[in-house]
Design a protein around this ligand. Structure first.
Ligand code: SAJ
Length: 416
């Protein structure tokens, strides 16, 4: 199958790098987004998200005419949907919110034609791709879909989860293997032809439900392993053992590979996706749920450590926090445990909290006015220094060495 024009629905952290990559391979790419500001910026050759190499890729593809953005759906041969799939929390459960997927599907339905391919890339609960196909079919009774017409359907529907690591998007989009989950074999084969235009990794075909579960499994695997490390760090603190040294030593075993503890798990993926499994199998997903709860409880444990340290200092003691991002060497503060901790500290200890975050130029609105953004040389003199994000910048700087300084290192930067 050949593709003259593709449409990427959702120009965020996944959609925009994907759009730029296809456009740089000479394919005519239309990016569809509801954010008019983002659309205008992209059409000027600029980006609204931070990702190494993306500025250049967008600038070049807009300049050579293969990438443009719009808020109005247009016909294309393939549609890749990369919109958010958050969860809705209530007191009893965390349920996947497919409203963005539904809105995206209904928005492209009017421009679909026989032979088109629709791919859901957003991380989704099992069954979401079939649900998306139902939404498309309800909008277009004149076209046939795989759920009713199998291999002969007019429209091919696929789930192909994105698996890139933020900060390495452009490289991983090319080198990672892709799991291609077709609602039928013909659907998967069509999507494989499309991804082969840009992917150098293997394109492995399966069914849509297995592909959905594969993505959720990858992130749950990582979450469970981080929870193990976080639990170890709490146990080691109680027993007076350096957890970083412990993990270094145990990882010398040929079949042990423990991840690193931290102040909690952030970002929009690992802290969210395991809940999709829990929501669909609440009785069975015991370990996956326990891991989520362990990781979610870590910021409060860190706050208790800081409160204990503050209680031993004079009332004027200053607290410096190192890092706000959700992980090292990026500027992304989304669902960041570091930000959660600092936001609580400024409420509990007003006027005493400073922050070092080399990747941002001003504090987010929730901290503006209640904390100071300072350089590392100023922060290091505080009576309490809290390491929250292992940015390279911090690893390459000397640790605090004041005689009366209490160090709380959640990332093993100073206390390795
Ligand atoms: N973290 C730890 N200890 C570790 C590793 C990570 O505390 O040893 C924390 C990080 O600090 C961060 C959180 O976990 O707060 C998540 O960071 P991450 O680097 O593990 O993952 P993400 O969210 O940036 O990207 C993940 C990746 N999934 C896997 O590695 C299985 C990526 O490949 C996915 O594409 C992405 O989720 C996604 O979009 O789902």
């Amino acid at each position: 199958m050949t593709f003259d024009r593709i449409c990427i629905v959702g120009l965020g952290y996944i959609g925009l790098p994907t759009a730029a990559l296809f456009a740089l391979r000479g394919i005519d790419v239309v990016g569809l987004d509801i954010n008019t500001d983002a659309v205008e910026r992209i059409n000027r050759g600029e980006t609204h998200i931070v990702e190494p190499g993306l500025d250049d890729a967008v600038r070049r593809s807009v300049r050579n005419g293969t990438l443009r953005a719009t808020t109005e759906p247009e016909p294309a041969d393939a549609f890749l949907i990369a919109v958010p799939t958050p969860f809705l929390s209530n007191r009893n459960a965390k349920l996947p919110d497919l409203s963005y997927v539904e809105a995206a599907a209904r928005s492209i339905a009017p421009v679909l034609k026989a032979g088109d391919l629709v791919i859901l890339e957003s991380t989704s609960p099992v069954g979401a791709t079939e649900q998306m196909a139902e939404w498309l079919a309800s909008e277009r009774p004149d076209l046939s879909f795989p759920q009713t017409h199998g291999e002969d359907s007019d429209i091919r529907v696929v789930h192909c989860p994105e698996r890139i690591l933020p900060g390495h998007a452009l490289r991983e989009l090319v080198t990672n293997d892709r799991v291609i989950g077709g609602m039928t074999r013909a659907c998967a084969a069509a999507a494989r032809d499309l991804y082969r235009c840009v992917v150098e990794g293997e394109c492995i075909e399966t069914d849509a439900r297995t592909a959905e579960m594969a993505k959720l499994t990858e992130n749950s695997f990582r979450d469970v392993n981080i929870a193990f490390a976080n639990e170890l760090s709490v146990i080691c603190s109680k027993l007076g053992i350096n957890v970083w040294e412990l993990i270094r030593l145990t990882n010398r075993h040929p079949r042990v590979n423990i991840l690193q503890p931290g102040p909690g798990v952030g970002g929009h993926c690992i802290a969210v996706d395991p809940w999709f499994i829990v929501a669909q199998a609440p009785e069975e997903a015991k370990l996956i749920r326990a891991a989520r709860e362990t990781n979610d409880s870590k910021p409060e444990w860190v706050l208790d450590k800081i409160r204990d340290a503050v209680a031993e200092k004079p009332d004027s003691a200053k607290i410096s926090c190192f890092g706000l991002a959700f992980k090292p060497d990026i500027d992304d503060l989304r669902e960041s445990p570091a930000l959660e901790i600092v936001s609580r500290l400024v409420q509990e200890y007003p006027g005493r909290v400073s922050v070092v975050e080399p990747h941002i130029e001003e504090l987010p609105p929730c901290l503006n006015g209640s904390a100071a953004l300072v350089p590392i040389r100023e922060a290091i003199d505080a009576e309490i220094c809290v390491m929250l994000v292992d940015h390279s910048h911090f690893r390459n700087s000397p640790p605090p060495n004041g005689q009366n300084t209490t160090v709380i290192d959640t990332r093993g930067v100073w206390l390795r």
